[in-house]
Design a binder for this molecule. Structure first.
Ligand code: GLU
Length: 484
């Protein structure tokens, strides 16, 4: 049997990280078993469809390095892959159910249904539909149709039966049909509901495994009923654990720590890092290893190592992992990304500075970055003439001997005819020898005066990449501020 799995998003908004996790798990499973991965747009909730959402999702997956064997853009033997283009198919299957007395027209108005719900709630019952229209006679149905009433179509749920299936992640599951009210399968406007559409599509597209979020677990018994009624062989189900936030609540799409995929792209995260991070949201290959290339994940992935319990989206871990991938990126490539990022935002390099200089600044800060968007803040001191002295820097400069070091270093720098990290090293050496200071007492005052901070990247490179004018001016400023 060839494994065929699908990711079936509704194009109702951005590509959210939870959805990507579901898509990736399907993708890994398909590739691990040399199977097929199918994309299908479930766009039957017409009011909620968002223009442009489909394109954004496809773009997001391409960026992540996910490809699909069949889908709305590439086609395939089981298309169309957009549900609103399959309405005739759903209609013909509705007819089959109606002919078999497994579905019936429901003429209840929204007001009647609401009243029914309220009455049930008042008695403390949560009830599905009462089944009122299920028992209408043929004449009554004909009469209502003749009155011009357009019905919804409901599935006639058999009473007193048990539905059982084995979930590949959650094990044996059992549901009682008595807990399921007759549900709408096709709405009066001819559009199928999800629980009907999804079964027909999965069955006709020969989907072997339905891998999806746990929030769909309660839909599965309804879908099993539809499979049975239409004589289809049900797929094997696997419901993935919820993604939780740091407080172990279900991760909200509006959680400020979690962004839709296109934002990660725009902020210059590396897609490999996002894929690796999401792979570990609920799955682990066993062992300590966490950094895994795409191919390695595919090789190791299987559903038996997916947890049942919720998977916490750990923002710090994402940053750490993104940083690990960033470190592996050649500095030239990172510089390209930084340049593009700056260009897009109209941010210019300082006067007279070019590519080589930028490469130097990027190299200096490379280690600290987990995404490109962090660059402007990290590099701000290389983009402006002046800096501000932090409290800590002021403290350092107030220490005995600090100003003498700064003053002497400045003199040497001012008189220098060459400007390099190597030259700066020489000036420090000379200052150290003349004033008899070394280590922290030698370097820290200059760092504090130059960068306004007491920690930072390599000091000699910093001096070199800041221009001479700026270095002299900053040292001057520190001397003036502190001698008053
Ligand atoms: N369109 C559904 C969703 O976006 C698909 C659920 C499923 O995979 O069956 O949640």
């Amino acid at each position: 049997m060839t494994v065929r799995v699908r990711y079936a998003p509704s194009p109702t908004g951005h590509l959210h990280i939870g959805g990507v996790r579901t898509a990736l798990f399907n993708y890994f499973y398909a590739r691990h078993y040399n199977g097929q991965f199918i994309l299908r747009f479930e766009d039957t909730d017409l009011d909620r469809n968002v223009p442009g959402a489909e394109e954004e999702m496809l773009k997001g997956f391409r960026w992540l390095g996910v490809d699909w064997d069949e889908g709305p853009d590439v086609g395939g033997p089981y298309g169309p892959y957009r549900c609103t283009e399959r309405l005739d198919i759903y209609r013909s299957y509705l007819q089959k159910l109606v002919d078999a007395n497994a579905a019936y027209p429901c003429f209840c108005s929204p007001e009647e249904l609401e009243a029914e719900r309220e009455a049930a709630a008042a008695q403390g019952r949560i009830s599905g539909y009462s089944g009122r229209c299920r028992h209408l006679s043929d004449e009554q149905r004909q009469q209502k149709l003749a009155e011009g009433r357009v019905p919804n179509w409901r599935f006639a749920v058999p009473m007193g039966a048990e539905l059982a299936f084995t979930d590949l992640i959650r094990g044996d599951m059992r549901f009682q049909t008595d807990d399921i009210g007759d549900f709408v399968i096709v709405k009066s406007n001819g559009i199928p509901t999800y629980n009907f559409q999804v079964v027909i599509d999965d069955a006709l597209m020969n989907i072997t495994h339905v891998i999806r979020g746990e929030e769909h677990l309660s839909n599965t018994p309804k879908q099993l009923l539809v499979y049975q009624a239409l004589g289809f062989e049900p797929a094997t189900f696997a419901h993935l654990p919820q993604v939780l936030d740091q407080t172990r609540k279900k991760l909200s799409k509006r959680d400020p720590n979690v962004k839709p995929v296109h934002i990660y792209r725009e902020e210059g995260y590396l897609p490999e890092a996002i894929v690796n991070f999401l792979a570990l949201l609920g799955w682990s290959p066993g062992g300590e290893e966490e950094i895994m290339a795409f191919a390695e994940i595919v090789e190791k992935f299987d559903l038996d190592r997916v947890n049942r319990s919720g998977a916490v989206f750990d923002v710090d871990k994402l940053h750490w992992m993104a940083g690990q991938y960033m470190k592996q990126l050649p500095n030239e490539e990172l510089t390209d990304m930084v340049q593009q990022y700056l260009d897009k935002r109209g941010m210019r390099l300082p006067q007279g500075r070019g590519r080589q200089w930028l490469e130097g600044v990027v190299a200096l800060l490379h280690e600290k970055m987990s995404c490109v968007a962090e660059f402007p803040a990290l590099a701000q001191d290389f983009f402006r003439a002046e800096t501000e002295l932090s409290q800590e820097a002021l403290e350092v400069l107030k220490e005995d001997g600090a100003l003498a070091v700064v003053a002497r270093y400045q003199e040497l720098a001012k008189d220098a005819d060459s400007w390099s990290a190597e030259a700066s090293k020489g000036w420090f050496k000379q200052v150290g020898a003349e004033l008899n200071v070394k280590g922290r007492k030698l370097f820290m005052p200059v760092r504090a005066a130059l960068t306004g901070e007491v920690h930072g990247p390599d000091l000699q490179q910093t001096v070199f990449l800041l221009q001479k004018e700026w270095v002299l001016a900053r040292l001057d400023k520190a001397l003036t501020v502190l001698s008053h």
